[in-house]
Design a binder for this molecule. Sequence first.
Ligand code: NAD
Ligand code: DAU
Length: 336
Amino acid sequence: MKILVTGGAGFIGSNFVRYLLEVHPDDEVVNLDLLTYAGNLENLAGLEDAGNYRFVRGDIADAGLLDRLFGQGLDLVVNFAAESHVDRSIEDPGHFLNTNILGTQALLETARRYGVTRFLQISTDEVYGSLSEEEGGFTEESPAAPNSPYSASKAAADLLCRAYFKTYDLPVVVTRCSNNYGPYQFPEKLIPLFITNALADEPLPVYGDGLYVRDWIHVRDHCIALDQVLRNGKDGEIYNIGADEERTNLEITQVILDKLGKDKGLIRHVKDRPGHDRRYAIDSSKIQGELGWRPATGFRQGMMDTIDWYIRNEAWWNKIKSGEYRQYYERMYGNR
Ligand code: NAD
Ligand code: DAU
């Protein structure tokens, strides 16, 4: 199989490329990534010489480039490429439309013209909006009710996927996963930000009361689920992916402080995120029942391994945090 992975130099995409090459050595992977601030070829270090892997720098919204790539023959498409950070979407919403909506449409259109056997769109549980404490987890039938420019742009892409399936019979499948954690996550996101700040004895900026709830899954479990959906999912379907590990942000913070032997005094409650979704929880019984997938990594073990990874890979995150990211951090947290 020849597989186009987009956004393969980001957090989940790079973990997925590594997973594919490890588990399906006969597959060929083309990784198309624009290398925005979030894309990093160091996430793929060691793969450069693999005969069945090729990196192409480019934009998923560039129809001419897509034409050339698809013209060389592709069987499957996995679209991770996106602007992925909610806070950045609040700061600059328009920026999210190009990649997340128009880029996805350009990919769908080229995939339709050339014909592929599967188009897998990597979506998010954030398209469902927010849950109260009492509600059960989101199912695939939950209505889309996105609350941030990021989640609205992802929901728009999901609807385009539906339209390409209904109108053109393009074999599209959409997955909606909960919050991922693990190696190579860009340190703007809660878990890597707090681990790396704590290691440097810098404050941990907890938004609002810190009682917001996310449902956490180790990135490897997400990759395993995606591979199963890619090969065995049903056209036109949506699959929720989650590990049933709900935690408040303060609980996450405490796990990190305890493991690193750091003091609670590092916690700073700062101004809340506008439109902050209170709680996400995923009902993944569909993928479990239909495809037999189950999460393999428990939250505690996954977090211990992840914290150890950031301890061992200080050079990787230090380079990011001392680069242009510094300006973003000061802008975002400076007078919060
Ligand atoms: P990320 O920000 O770490 O990586 C995004 C990648 O996309 C980067 O390598 C970037 O360079 C690339 N990219 C951005 N715009 C591009 C463009 N126009 N053309 C080509 N490449 C481009 O994101 P992530 O956390 O790895 O998320 C990957 C996907 O998974 C996203 O679609 C996101 O919506 C979805 N998702 C993420 C999570 C999570 O917890 N991180 C959960 C569910 C779904
Ligand atoms: O649910 C899936 C989504 O998870 C993905 O679609 C997104 O791409 C991904 O970024 C993530 O979105 P969140 O907004 O949930 O993740 P983030 O790490 O930004 O924030 C997690 C929680 O932590 C959220 O309640 C906000 C809070 N937070 C975050 C940061 C960065 C803080 O309290 N302080 C912070 O500094």
